[in-house]
Design a protein around this ligand. Structure first.
Ligand code: ADP
Ligand code: ADP
Length: 228
């Protein structure tokens, strides 16, 4: 479960996030939607610990991330896998090597890496493309590899930051279906950050609308979409 409470992030005098309260239940797919400049990326970077909040708390599986430092913080980072816009794969590494990278950084034994890379390639339907470089893959295939890399350290939360931006409707649909399947099979909690209401409608159980750093509305997707 993710529990965000009173989260504020300021750069100088500017509050980019202002008192965010958001709860995502275990195994839920929740979405944060909002226009450009609303604060979505900043929220994503606070949740995956690339940035520290100015105040407030972010609790994942009972642990307050904002209170951690040092080794505990490094351990907590494994709990949240991120899928980035345009996948952000390393160009000089194959699909398999990109997926293996987070495990290599953590010192996972090579035999275990091989097993998990094979399992992840299969889960995202990329076993046949294991030795392809990113330039040899379509946008949708790159994003499949990005999802597998996001899951490499077996996180309890998968954060998707504009993962389908730039994909055509069919590729978008396929990625959203894959995320739903992963939630169903692995029980991973998924938080989707997007500017596209269509993405929210087709995948999320719960949605929060972000505008100017504040959540202006949140609830079950059917209710919020009807009102907006
Ligand atoms: P979104 O992802 O919804 O487009 P962002 O989180 O990228 O929104 O940005 C929200 C606001 O915060 C914007 O006005 C942006 O200019 C500002 N902002 C983001 N990062 C920084 C930063 N490092 N320093 C100063 N302002 C920032
Ligand atoms: P390296 O020379 O960096 O080991 P490889 O491409 O051989 O490069 O492998 C990268 C990682 O991915 C290794 O941990 C390897 O075991 C794993 N791997 C590579 N191809 C496959 C595959 N088809 N199935 C399962 N694991 C694979």
């Amino acid at each position: 479960m993710i529990e965000i409470s009173g989260l504020t992030k300021a750069y100088g005098d500017t509050r980019v996030l202002d008192g965010i309260d958001l709860t995502v239940a275990d195994g839920q797919i929740a979405a944060v939607v909002g226009p450009s400049g609303a604060g979505k990326s900043t929220l994503a970077r606070c949740i995956n610990l690339l940035e520290r909040p100015t105040s407030g708390s972010i609790t994942v599986s009972g642990q307050d991330l904002a209170a951690l430092s040092g080794k505990q913080l490094r351990l907590a980072r494994r709990e949240i896998g991120t899928v980035f816009q345009s996948a952000n794969l390393l160009r000089r590494l194959t699909a398999a090597q990109n997926i293996a990278l987070p495990m290599r950084h953590q010192g996972v034994p090579e035999a275990e890496i091989r097993r998990r890379v094979g399992d992840l390639l299969e889960r995202v339907g990329m076993l046949q493309r294991a030795n392809h470089y990113p330039s040899q893959l379509s946008g949708g295939q790159r994003q499949r590899v990005g999802i597998a890399r996001g899951l490499a350290l077996q996180p309890s939360v998968l954060l998707s930051d504009e993962a389908t931006s730039g994909l055509d409707p069919d590729a978008t649909r396929a990625i959203l279906d894959l995320l739903t399947e992963l939630r169903d099979d692995l029980g991973v909690t998924i938080l989707v950050i997007t500017h596209e209401m269509d993405v929210v409608r087709s995948i999320a159980d719960h949605v929060a609308q972000l505008d100017h750093g504040r959540i202006v509305e949140q609830g079950a997707v059917a209710d919020v979409v009807r009102r907006s």
